[in-house]
Design a binder for this molecule. Structure first.
Ligand SMILES: Cc1cc2nc3c(=O)[nH]c(=O)nc-3n(C[C@H](O)[C@H](O)[C@H](O)COP(=O)(O)OP(=O)(O)OC[C@H]3O[C@@H](n4cnc5c(N)ncnc54)[C@H](O)[C@@H]3O)c2cc1C
Length: 310
């Protein structure tokens, strides 16, 4: 039996009580990435409980089927061949926020925009930086996402997750090993379930004014009118990736429909029908040109996932 058949027959049975709408086969991943790029996932599952996460992970482990964890797909380049095995999408169906004093207990699938808006309504400050980042809490902790003057490290105090041995575990404070676009989850395939965020009392007016200001700065500087995955490269120490790319005259440079944004050279945009291969070739071209002209090697911030064998 192929992996595909195993998933179709057995996984559907194993999760028989799940709603069919949360378990789909041959699901086009371009529907689930902000790049609007990506071939089909053999199976795509959106768990709505921690138990469903555990069941899916156990199924994959027992059958030795690969399991790829995604959030809102806003930092991903999924291959044109798609993803073999199961995609476990921790998103809207695993979201929710509870307030306890100045602390928020937040499920991993909660979108940062909804979380920041909730904090503002509750007059809690500390999440303004996150309001324009189009990811989930899980994806943001994994990446230590940040913008302007803040990052997840500033607010995340405790995280619950399922580890590779299917044990539910918890880490606190420095155990997160937060660094620039890095956390203790960066090099592993644990599934973040929920986190405890510590904020400070603030005023609704000041919080929303700051969020509006940051949103305006994004609109001015980022090509939000085109599909993208945000900044493609990490900031190299002492430089800005966008400026290096722009100084190398690469603004507007295209391969197929993948283009270095005219507005912000740190972004690659999909001008319509870009393939993952186009984007990857453009990334490699940028790396070579910038390295030749400046001596700086740009490391991708976006994650390339899926089946790249072709
Ligand atoms: C227009 C635009 C602007 C952006 N601006 C910013 C910005 O200012 N700052 C910034 O840091 N990023 C930015 N990004 C990138 C992106 O939004 C962030 O990296 C975000 O944190 C990714 O979250 P996600 O849920 O979309 O994760 P995905 O892209 O789905 O996944 C990213 C990584 O997180 C892992 N992951 C996701 N959920 C979980 C989970 N529950 N448990 C374990 N691992 C998980 C995935 O396996 C993958 O490795 C931007 C993107 C776009 C499109």
């Amino acid at each position: 039996m192929t992996i595909h058949q195993t998933l179709q027959n057995d996984f559907a049975q194993a999760l028989a009580e799940e709603s069919p709408s949360r378990l789909r086969f041959d699901e086009p991943m371009d529907r689930h990435t902000s790049f609007r790029i990506g071939g089909p996932a053999d199976a795509f599952f959106e768990p709505d409980s921690i138990r469903a996460v555990e069941q899916a992970l156990r199924f994959c482990k027992n059958r030795q089927i690969s399991c790829t964890i995604v959030g809102n797909g806003s930092n991903l380049l999924v291959s044109d061949q798609g993803i073999r095995g199961l995609v476990l999408a921790v998103g809207d169906s695993l979201s929710g926020i509870e307030r306890q004093g100045d602390v928020l207990l937040v499920m991993a699938g909660t979108r940062l925009s909804a979380l920041a808006a909730f904090a503002a309504r509750q007059e809690l400050t500390g999440l303004e930086f996150a309001s324009g980042i189009p990811g989930t809490l899980g994806g943001a902790i994994q990446m230590n996402a940040g913008a302007y003057d803040g990052c997840m490290q500033d607010v995340v105090r405790q995280t619950d997750f399922v580890d590779e041995d299917l044990a539910c575990r918890q880490i606190n404070g420095e155990e997160h090993q937060f660094a620039y676009r890095h956390s203790a989850f960066s090099e592993r395939s644990a599934v973040i379930l929920r986190a405890r965020l510590e904020l400070n009392p603030g005023s609704y007016g000041a919080i929303t004014a700051k969020m509006n200001d940051l949103a305006e700065r994004r609109r001015q500087s980022q090509p939000l009118e085109w599909p993208s995955a945000g900044s493609v490269f990490k900031r190299p120490p002492g430089f800005y990736a966008g400026k290096l790319i722009s100084d190398c005259q690469l603004k507007g440079y295209s391969i197929g429909d993948a283009q270095v944004s005219e507005k912000h050279a740190g972004f690659i945009v999909n001008r319509g029908a870009a393939t993952a291969r186009d984007v990857l070739r453009l990334i490699e071209h940028i790396q070579m040109v910038v390295s030749d002209k400046t001596g700086v090697w740009l490391e991708p911030e976006i994650k390339c996932i899926g089946d790249w064998t072709a």
